[in-house]
Design a protein. Structure first.
Length: 299
């Protein structure tokens, strides 16, 4: 098979050909994938019917894989390995979740524009999502290029926001969807954290907006003013020219760069249609505020 990169959007999102993720990979084979990832931010691999072990093994080429967060649900009996987040509407036996299941209500907040794990002190570098079962209608995923959105801002706006810091919290996004049923354990594990509003990609140097539904307010600003700015930037960054909508097929595996993209799930009839996607999330190296301070110190 010959390695290939085919751009599916004028700005980002590329389909990779000539790769079989069910086979062991070498560093030399990963190198062109990493280069395509840094350039395109989101990569699609078709017809990759990977096991959990193979999914995790590929993820580890990008960096250390998070253990999936435990939120302390009343009936949290995982059906996947510890490194994998269950992005499905299925219980541990593979049946549809009941209408009142906490996971169902918590997961609906994924329909808001977000970036994975900005609510953790050390956020996510990238995420890898594998499609095992797709509903007959709906359930697409939209991606937005935060590099292109930043580039399109007036320079005066860029200067205004370049040094701002924002508080992020999982509770901010979930409360926006009416979900507040978190255990004390989860609240202790996931306190609010600060992240920069604009970050430079370490491999390319390109600046990108770093915003999400988890973003609560701007540090040092009145809460209402900061939330207005965040809402304005999310609205600007998700204009059609910055967005690609992906219609899933069984066997798709997508990896996206959380440092320079946002994404959201599109609605479907999750009460009657099955959707089974499984995600690994790769950790970044350092908190974004700490990284910015270190970069200034060495500049």
């Amino acid at each position: 098979m010959t390695f290939s990169v085919t751009r599916r959007h004028p700005l980002f999102f590329a389909e990779i050909g000539g790769v079989d993720l069910t086979r062991p990979m070498t560093a030399a084979q990963f190198a062109p994938i990493e280069a395509a990832f840094n350039e395109n931010a989101v990569l699609l691999f078709r017809d990759q019917f990977v096991t959990g072990e193979q999914h995790v093994a590929f993820s580890e080429f990008f960096g250390p894989v998070f253990t999936a967060t435990k939120y302390g649900w009343r009936d949290e009996r995982p059906r996947l390995r510890a490194e994998m987040a269950d992005i499905s509407n299925l219980d541990h036996k593979g049946a549809l979740l009941t209408p009142d299941d906490q996971r169902r209500h918590h997961g609906r907040a994924n329909q808001l524009w977000h970036t994975d794990n900005t609510f953790k002190h050390i956020p996510a570098r990238c995420s890898l999502l594998s499609a095992h079962e797709i509903p007959a209608g709906g359930g697409d995923t939209e991606f937005a290029d935060m590099r292109a959105a930043y580039d399109a801002l007036p320079q005066s706006r860029q200067r205004e926001i370049d040094s701002l810091i924002v508080e992020h919290s999982i509770y901010r996004s979930r409360e926006a969807m009416g979900f507040t049923d978190f255990s004390d354990t989860a609240r202790k594990e996931l306190p609010p954290v600060n992240q920069v509003l604009v970050r430079a990609h370490p491999a390319t140097g390109r600046k990108a907006l770093y915003i999400a539904s988890h973003a609560s307010h701007v540090i040092g600003w009145p809460v209402k003013k900061g939330r207005g700015l965040i809402a304005e930037l999310i609205g600007f960054a998700t204009r059609p020219e910055f967005v690609y909508r992906h219609q899933w097929r069984k066997g798709d595996l997508i990896v996206w760069d959380n440092r320079c993209t946002m994404h959201r799930a599109c609605a479907y009839d999750d009460n009657t249609l099955r959707r089974d996607l499984r995600r690994t999330t790769v950790s970044d190296e350092i908190n974004t505020v700490e990284r910015a301070a270190a970069n200034r110190a060495t500049a």
